[in-house]
Write a protein that binds this ligand. Structure first.
Ligand code: FE2
Length: 394
């Protein structure tokens, strides 16, 4: 079941799509606006659509690690630990792999920037390792896919490159205003993008039920909107005032959709937290309120993405890499049973491969500069789970 909107009663921010806007995503239900100039759909990028369940099938963008490959990864963890270096020093030199494994990991780059746009490494058993070792594995393998890590941020500090996506209890003694957003709760998260080129998620453990993860090809989503609701597609291409991710900033102004920037592909950058705010951190009244067409366009993006979604049931040990500029993502609500060891917990890394990266639209460059331009020594790796910061896009 694709992610759906929670009841509007729970959310006045607009972070969760309004069910009232669902009809906008149904092509036959709403006529084209004949006065709106048509935005030509971009030629579709091919992507495997449908449900991707793991088990008997093995699609070409899933790599089941062999026992020899897992042994090599474990050897590298021991090697890195022997160097007695900070986690920020994890790179291709301090986490060296055999040329065969290195070239397979580099193959992920071609997949993520190519037609498939996502890749899953499967077969690791995170329960065999400590929290610290799991972070080393994630950062170590990712360093062979992306040459740079993005500082996604953390509560009160900006330098964290690892984020934890897991439900956390409300701390009644927490400072007033501490952010406890959707990634730190167990509710649905609607289709959105993070900031950054490639997002990597490493599943450490799973929930008792629910929590499916979804990816949708942004080009397919945009094309459908451009064909059936051109006024909404146009709206996505105009400037939006967004809440700034920068601790010092107040707002950004830029489009959500960038058609025709990259041949054959539409780039979408749509952190709903940045646009609507979230139930616990609504959009500041100092910013211009979203117009009704903006709200319809934003929600139509979500509802259209649900129709193009690939469902991925992440199992512990799965490490997914996806092109965050060309795919949107979402997840279902879930239920944990912590006493039984069933607690959904993912690590998130934002990475970038300078050689393969798309040339960015001008309007995204400041945000990307904040993410990626820093000294490696400044990077922080919160190993223990902590709240997902508002500064991290979602
Ligand atoms: Fe996200």
């Amino acid at each position: 079941m694709a992610p759906h909107a929670l009841t509007d009663l729970h959310d006045v921010s607009g972070y969760f799509p309004s069910t009232a806007h669902k009809a906008w995503s149904q092509p036959p239900a709403y006529p084209k606006n004949p006065k709106a100039p048509l935005i030509e759909p971009v030629l579709n990028a091919k992507i495997a659509l449908g449900n991707l369940g793991f088990g008997s099938e093995s699609p070409k963008n899933v790599w089941n690690l062999s026992s020899d490959e897992i042994s090599e990864i474990e050897k590298n963890v021991r090697y890195f630990l022997s160097l007695n270096l900070p986690l920020s020093a994890i790179n291709q030199t301090s986490f060296p792999l055999t040329s065969a494994l290195t070239s397979k990991l580099r193959g992920i780059v071609g997949t993520v920037y190519g037609e498939q746009q996502f890749f899953i490494l499967s077969g690791l058993d995170p329960y065999r390792y400590s929290d610290f070792q799991n972070v080393i594995i994630h950062a170590g393998l990712s360093s062979h896919v992306g040459s740079k890590r993005g500082m996604g941020g953390r509560t009160g500090r900006h330098n964290a490159v690892i984020q934890h996506i897991t439900a956390m209890p409300v701390d009644r003694n927490a400072p007033v205003g501490q952010y406890h957003g959707p990634p730190s709760q167990n509710q649905d998260i609607p289709f959105h993008t993070d900031n950054g080129d490639i997002v990597s998620l490493f599943a450490l453990s799973r929930s008792k039920s629910g929590g499916s993860f979804y990816l949708a090809d942004s080009t397919a989503v945009y094309n459908e909107l451009a064909a059936f609701h051109p006024e909404l597609a146009q709206c996505l291409c105009r400037n939006w005032t967004m809440i700034s991710p920068s601790p010092s900033g107040t707002f950004d102004t830029r489009p959500i959709a960038f058609p025709n920037h990259f041949p054959g592909r539409v780039l979408i950058n749509c952190s709903r937290a940045r646009i609507t705010g979230t139930p616990s951190a609504p959009r500041p009244a100092s910013l211009p309120a979203l117009t009704s067409i903006q709200r319809r366009a934003l929600d139509a993006l979500h509802y259209t993405a649900t129709k193009h979604a690939t469902k991925i049931q992440l199992e512990p040990g799965d490490m997914v890499f996806f092109n965050n500029l060309s795919m949107m993502h979402a997840r279902d609500a879930f239920v944990d049973n912590e006493a039984a060891g069933l607690k959904r917990h993912l690590l998130r890394l934002i990475i970038r491969n300078d050689e393969a990266a798309y040339e960015l639209p001008e309007q995204l460059r400041d945000t990307w500069r904040d993410l990626y331009e820093h000294e490696v020594e400044e990077e922080e790796f919160p190993v223990q789970k902590e709240l997902f910061a508002f500064a991290c896009s979602h």
